[in-house]
Write a protein of this length. Structure first.
Length: 246
């Protein structure tokens, strides 16, 4: 079954799964997937707007790969948008542009919040990459500190074993340089630590924003599904609306 019961923040992973079940896109063809959150787990109520000339669906619910392929092909064959809705006992195929526009209007707020979550996720990803870069630099400096500590041990031993003043002066000069290098690295580590703290603070803020967007999207999804149910109740077989009993 193809599930559209996924948060927008992970829509990219779900889209990859969806794409694997669809036919390969032709050169220049756009793949786009838009998903909504639903709290109707186990419900047969599902809907989707299929775009012509694209592997594209905007909707909510759960359906088989066969149904997805069938209506994707239908939209492509007729060169127009198609709204598909399934209830417990009926399946609607809607070609009426006004009804489809109303369905897209209903789903609009939820899709907007999904895009905002995606953009926020992109910012979190970029911050994470910067945190990773800083972490790698901290690791490199840590390795350098360990190397200096080993050299310091050897130089301390050499200083104890030195027999002449000239030898001791040479060892002391190396130790002085080593201490200067170590202090410089410690300063860099502190600076990197401050940068990491700031990035962590910003990540926390973005996480809180994601949480709030997720809460708002859940609310928008519930409203959208309820409004879609009302829309379906008014649908009747006729010009632009095909009804099939399941």
């Amino acid at each position: 079954m193809r599930s559209i019961l996924v948060p927008a923040v992970v829509a990219l992973a779900a889209a990859t799964l969806a794409a694997s079940a669809a036919a390969p896109a032709c050169a220049g063809q756009t793949r786009s997937y838009s998903y909504s959150i639903s709290d109707d787990h186990g419900s047969r109520f599902a809907y989707g707007v299929f775009e012509p000339d694209q592997d594209s669906v905007t909707g909510s619910g759960e359906w088989s790969d066969d149904s997805f392929q069938r209506f994707r092909d239908l939209a492509a064959r007729e060169h127009r948008k198609v709204l598909w809705v399934r209830t417990d006992d009926r399946e609607f195929v809607v070609r009426d542009p006004a009804i489809i526009a109303r369905a897209e209007q209903i789903m609009g707020p939820e899709q907007l919040l999904g895009r905002q979550q995606g953009e926020l996720g992109g910012r979190q990803g970029r911050l994470g990459a910067e945190q990773g870069r800083l972490g790698a630099e901290q690791g490199r400096l840590g390795a350098r500190q360990a190397e200096l500590a080993r050299r310091e041990t050897r130089l301390e031993e050499a200083l104890s074993d030195a027999r002449g003043e000239d030898d001791r002066d040479a060892v002391r000069a190396e130790l002085d340089q080593l201490h200067a290098d170590r202090h410089a690295i410690e300063s860099q580590q502190r600076d990197l630590g401050r940068q990491q703290s700031e990035l962590g603070r910003r990540q926390t803020e973005l996480g809180e924003q994601q949480s709030e967007l997720g809460r708002r999207q859940q609310e928008a999804a519930s409203r959208a599904r309820e409004d879609m149910r009302h829309l379906v109740r008014d649908l009747k077989a006729g010009d632009g609306v095909e009804v099939r009993h399941l």
